[in-house]
Design a protein around this ligand. Structure first.
Ligand SMILES: [Zn+2]
Length: 494
C-alpha cells in the first residue's frame, strides 16, 4: 500500500508480504506469510483494549478510527481528574495497560504495542529492602514505600525469559482476506480458490507489499472496521461502513435469563421511551470500575469470554485460527496455543471484585538477595534465596506492592475508582464523575423532553457485563445494546 507515500526512513524495519490479487474482481485472494507477519497478527489478541483504543486513534497511512464505544471510554479516562482514582498509577494503568503476553511480544520486530515493558523497583533505601520481612517490590516507579521513601531503585529479575513470538520459525501460512490464518498447503489454496469461485487463474497476480509498524497499525484499524481488511489494505479501498456486522443477537439471547447468581451492580438508566434508548445512566463507583477495567482486558481474553463471537468478524476469524492450528507443526507449543486462546490480564491489572470471568497473571515470588562486589552492594532479584556462604545476604520474600493502593490503605477491594462516588455514563460509555457535572446540565444536554424520559433500574451481573463489553466493540450505543436486551427491568416507584 503506502510504500510510495511512507517517509523515506531507511531505518524502518520492513517485512515483505506476498499477496495474490484477483484482477478481475479487484480483490485480494490471499497472502502468503512467514513467521514475522503472522506473529504480529496474533499479537493483536494480546493487546489490551485500552492499547487498541490508543493505537487506532493515531494517524497511520489511514486516518484515526474509532472502535465502538471503546474510543469514548478511553477518552473519558484521559479526561478524568486523578483525584477520582485511588492512586496516580491507576490512570497510567488504564491509559497504558500492560499485556500479560509481554514476554512473547517484546522481541517482535513489528511489535506495535508502545507500552513500556514491566520494570521492577525497590525502596531507594536498600536497608529497607533487606529487612527480613515486609519488604516491598513495585512494578511502577516512584511508589511510596512503607518507610515513607520512594521506590525508585530499579532491579532486574535474574532470569528473564523472552519468547520468540507465537509460531514456528520455518512455518509458512496463508492469510485470507478476512484474516483467517491457515497452513500453507496446496489443498488450502485450492479450497480457497474454489470457495471464492475463481475461474480464471490468469487473472491472479502476485505482488509484494512491504510491511513496517505503520502498515501493521493500518491492518489493526482495518481488522476492526472492515470485512475485507487485506483487500482494503493492499488495494487502498475505503472500508464500507455498511459492511459492518450488526450485533450478534443470538449470543445475548442464548441461555437463561439474567441469572440471580454472583455479584450485581445497580445501574439507574434514564431511558427515552419513544425510541427505547438509554440516554444516560448513573451508578456508583463499582460500575465505573467495571467499565474502566475494559481497558485492561486483552482482546483474546475478551474473545474467550464471548466464546469467539465478538461481532468483529475478522478478529473472530483470527481467534478461531489459533484453535485450528496444530502446535506440532505451526504454533511454537501447546502452551503458546492455550495462552493465546485465553490471555489473562497483566499482573495487578484486574479489579478485585471483577464480575467478568477474566483471570490475572501472577508474578513469580521474588527474593531480594544482595552481595558485596568491590565496594558496592549489588542487588539480585531472584526466584529463590541464595546461601550466605557465597556472600549473599539471605532475605525473605518480597511483597508485591499493589499500585492501586497506598500504604496504610486497608481497603480489601482493590479497584481503580475512588468511592463512595457517583458517575454518569453516556450510551457510548463516556464516564464522568457526578461531582464534575450537575444533574440539570445532564438533562439539558440530552435535549430529550422530560415527559419522554423514564428511569429504570437494571442490575448488572456477569451476563449484562459481557453484553455491554461485546456491544462496546462495535456500537456507539453500548449501554442500550448491552442492557436493553435484558428486559428484566424494575420500574422505579417514586
Ligand atoms: Zn522503604
Amino acid at each position: 500500500m503506502a510504500a510510495t507515500e511512507a517517509p523515506s526512513n531507511e531505518h524502518v524495519y520492513k517485512v515483505p508480504l506476498k499477496v495474490f490479487v484477483d484482477r478481475n474482481e479487484n480483490k485480494v485472494v490471499f497472502a502468503e506469510a512467514r513467521k514475522e507477519f503472522v506473529d504480529v497478527l496474533f499479537s493483536f489478541l494480546a493487546l489490551p483494549l485500552g492499547t487498541i483504543a490508543r493505537l487506532v486513534a493515531k494517524e497511520s497511512n489511514i486516518p484515526a478510527v474509532k472502535v465502538g464505544s471503546l474510543s469514548s471510554l478511553y477518552e473519558s479516562v484521559s479526561h478524568l481528574e486523578e483525584e477520582h482514582l485511588w492512586t496516580q498509577a491507576c490512570k497510567e494503568m488504564l491509559l497504558h495497560p500492560r499485556t500479560s503476553m509481554e514476554s512473547y511480544c517484546q522481541l517482535l520486530k513489528l511489535n506495535i504495542d508502545d507500552t513500556a515493558p514491566t520494570k521492577y523497583f525497590l525502596c531507594e533505601d536498600l536497608g529497607c529492602s533487606r529487612k527480613t520481612n515486609g519488604s516491598l517490590l513495585s512494578i511502577f516507579k516512584n511508589q511510596r514505600c512503607s518507610c515513607g521513601k520512594l521506590m525508585n531503585r530499579i532491579v532486574s529479575p535474574e532470569i528473564s525469559t523472552l519468547e520468540k513470538g507465537f509460531v514456528k520459525e520455518s512455518a509458512t501460512f496463508i492469510i485470507c482476506d478476512d484474516l483467517s490464518v491457515l497452513p500453507n498447503v496446496l489443498v488450502t489454496i485450492m479450497n480457497l480458490l474454489q470457495k471464492l469461485g475463481v475461474k480464471d487463474m490468469n487473472g491472479i497476480e502476485e505482488q509484494t507489499v512491504d510491511i513496517s509498524k505503520r502498515e501493521v497499525v493500518d491492518l489493526l484499524k482495518l481488522s476492526l472496521i472492515s470485512k475485507n481488511p487485506l483487500t482494503d489494505f493492499v488495494l487502498e479501498k475505503k472500508p464500507r461502513v455498511d459492511d459492518f456486522n450488526p450485533i450478534n443477537q443470538s449470543w445475548v439471547e442464548r441461555g437463561d435469563e439474567s441469572s440471580d447468581e454472583g455479584r450485581k451492580i445497580v445501574v439507574r438508566a434514564l431511558v427515552r421511551k419513544s425510541n427505547e434508548k438509554i440516554v444516560f445512566a448513573d451508578a456508583d463507583e463499582d460500575f465505573a470500575d467495571l467499565l474502566f477495567s475494559f481497558m485492561t482486558l486483552p482482546l483474546g481474553g475478551v474473545l474467550h469470554m464471548l466464546e469467539g463471537k465478538s461481532s468483529l468478524s475478522c478478529i473472530d476469524k483470527l481467534y478461531k485460527s489459533i484453535s485450528e492450528l496444530s502446535p506440532d507443526r505451526y504454533l511454537r507449543s501447546q502452551r503458546v496455543k492455550e495462552e493465546l486462546a485465553n490471555p489473562k490480564c497483566a499482573p495487578l491489572f484486574t479489579i478485585s471484585d471483577q464480575i467478568l470471568p477474566i483471570g490475572e497473571d501472577i508474578l513469580p515470588v521474588y527474593y531480594c538477595n544482595t552481595f558485596i562486589y568491590g565496594k558496592e552492594r549489588h542487588v539480585v532479584l531472584a526466584t529463590s534465596t541464595r546461601p550466605r556462604i557465597y556472600g549473599y545476604d539471605m532475605n525473605a520474600r518480597l511483597e508485591i506492592f499493589d499500585p492501586k493502593s497506598c500504604i496504610g490503605d486497608s481497603r480489601s477491594d482493590k479497584g481503580f475508582v475512588k468511592g463512595p462516588s457517583t458517575f454518569v455514563v453516556t450510551d457510548d460509555l463516556f464516564v464522568t464523575p457526578m461531582s464534575s457535572i450537575s444533574a440539570v446540565s445532564c438533562l439539558k444536554r440530552s435535549q430529550v423532553p422530560l415527559s419522554d424520559l423514564e428511569e429504570r433500574v437494571i442490575s448488572v451481573g456477569v451476563k449484562e457485563g459481557l453484553a455491554i463489553l461485546k456491544a462496546s466493540l462495535t456500537s456507539t450505543s453500548a449501554l442500550t445494546e448491552g442492557l436493553l436486551h435484558f428486559t428484566k427491568v424494575i420500574e422505579l416507584e417514586i
